[in-house]
Design a protein around this ligand. Structure first.
Ligand SMILES: *[C@@H]1O[C@H](CO)[C@@H](O)[C@H](O)[C@H]1NC(C)=O
Ligand SMILES: *[C@@H]1O[C@H](CO)[C@@H](O)[C@H](O)[C@H]1NC(C)=O
Ligand SMILES: *[C@@H]1O[C@H](CO)[C@@H](O)[C@H](O)[C@H]1NC(C)=O
Ligand SMILES: *[C@@H]1O[C@H](CO)[C@@H](O)[C@H](O)[C@H]1NC(C)=O
Ligand SMILES: *[C@@H]1O[C@H](CO)[C@@H](O)[C@H](O)[C@H]1NC(C)=O
Ligand SMILES: *[C@@H]1O[C@H](CO)[C@@H](O)[C@H](O)[C@H]1NC(C)=O
Length: 321
């Protein structure tokens, strides 16, 4: 009896604490003021929510506007909200583009995109997301591009990306990822571009789908990386390994025969690692024999100290093999 009363009071307090705010978006927002906005937002029918600043105890409810029924693009600008309005895609179910970057989002509850079945691209970068829940994106079966960079993601459920068979481009760079469950990425059978730069990833065998054309593993503190761990990536053309702590011999990183397996590989970035110059020379000689281009972006190019083809290296003081 006591317990029952207690839980009743708790629920009551929670309800009394949360505020409900009704929202309306601006269909005349000047979308040209946002850089990199998808084509659909510029040329289609779009509506932007502006200047909403609420804490997580506020329940945002959309004020339905008939005129916006067929919206292509919905966005948030100059706002701070920790959670998307609960009925957003219930109201605007035709939306194919979501722009929700830099608005302090903390949570993506499992049912967030339940009614967002027409979504093609989402930009959720620069938020405070920590975890990607099981099947959170699964209703968006046609999703092609998903940007989750610059969040605080350190946990991805192995089912988070289930049913995203059309996903081509996934950006998870600049998060706090160490472990990503095998299934989460491996099942994305049409993924072409995967950016995992600026995390602290542990790369595991069979973790990436073989459809990948571009894989960015830069700035991950990788030390013992070997291309053996990505042997199934028969379509990989661009590989970014710059900004790690790689120093091992050519035979460890690029074992003999590996390029027969990774037959599409054409470009590789190796700058800003821990190579000794003789080790790097072996690698360069070997890669050039197979006509693989060693790319160096201008800001990584070193010309005023020890380098090979602009990739910096350490001169060893004694004979080193
Ligand atoms: C996502 O939005 C941010 C902030 O506007 C922008 O800098 C970034 O280029 C966008 N990303 C993509 C892939 O469109
Ligand atoms: C952005 O929001 C802040 C705080 O709510 C407000 O003071 C400011 O005028 C807004 N800026 C624009 C460009 O709407
Ligand atoms: C999705 O739509 C259904 C039917 O309109 C509704 O019952 C449900 O609450 C909606 N879900 C969300 C998360 O808005
Ligand atoms: C990683 O962070 C560095 C430094 O902030 C930045 O220059 C680089 O572009 C980032 N890399 C990626 C893939 O985002
Ligand atoms: C790399 O391998 C060395 C030697 O086996 C080990 O001591 C080190 O912890 C490894 N580094 C990482 C980041 O796993
Ligand atoms: C060499 O060049 C880099 C970048 O151009 C610069 O940051 C660095 O200070 C230079 N070092 C010396 C010793 O001049």
């Amino acid at each position: 009896m006591f317990l029952k009363i207690f839980s009743f009071i708790l629920i009551f307090v929670t309800i009394a604490d949360s505020k409900v705010i009704e929202l309306k978006c601006n269909p005349n927002f000047d979308v040209q003021s946002i850089v990199n906005l998808p084509y659909r937002c510029i040329n289609g029918l779009s509506c932007f929510f502006e200047n909403i600043n609420v804490d997580e105890n506020t329940n945002l409810v959309l004020n339905y506007d008939e005129a916006n029924y067929g919206l292509d693009c919905v966005g948030f600008i100059n706002s701070t909200i920790s959670i998307l309005p609960s009925n957003l895609f219930n109201k605007y179910c035709a939306v194919s583009s979501l722009y929700a970057s830099g608005i302090g989002l903390k949570f993506l509850p499992q049912n967030t995109f339940e009614n967002a079945t027409n979504m093609l691209d989402m930009n959720l970068s620069g938020n405070k997301l920590k975890k990607l829940e099981s099947r959170v994106f699964s209703p968006c079966k046609g999703l092609k591009k998903l940007v989750l960079s610059h969040n605080e993601i350190d946990e991805i459920d192995m089912d988070a990306f289930d049913h995203l068979d059309g996903l081509e481009d996934l950006d998870l760079s600049n998060n706090k990822l160490t472990n990503i469950p095998h299934k989460a990425l491996a099942q994305l059978k049409n993924l072409r571009t995967l950016n995992l730069g600026n995390n602290t990833l542990i790369v595991r065998y069979g973790q990436f789908p073989s459809s990948l054309v571009s894989l960015d593993l830069s700035y991950n503190k990788l030390e013992n990386f070997t291309l053996k761990s990505i042997i199934s990536l028969t379509n990989i053309k661009y590989l970014y390994l710059n900004g790690n702590r790689i120093y091992r011999f050519r035979q460890h990183i690029f074992p003999d025969g590996i390029l027969e397996a990774l037959k599409s590989l054409k470009h590789i970035q190796l700058s800003d690692n821990e190579f000794y110059c003789t080790t790097l020379a072996d690698i360069v000689i070997w890669l050039e024999k197979y006509k693989i281009h060693i790319d160096v972006e201008p800001h990584w190019m070193i010309i005023n100290s020890s380098n090979i083809r602009g990739v910096g290296c350490k001169e060893e003081s004694r004979f080193f093999l």
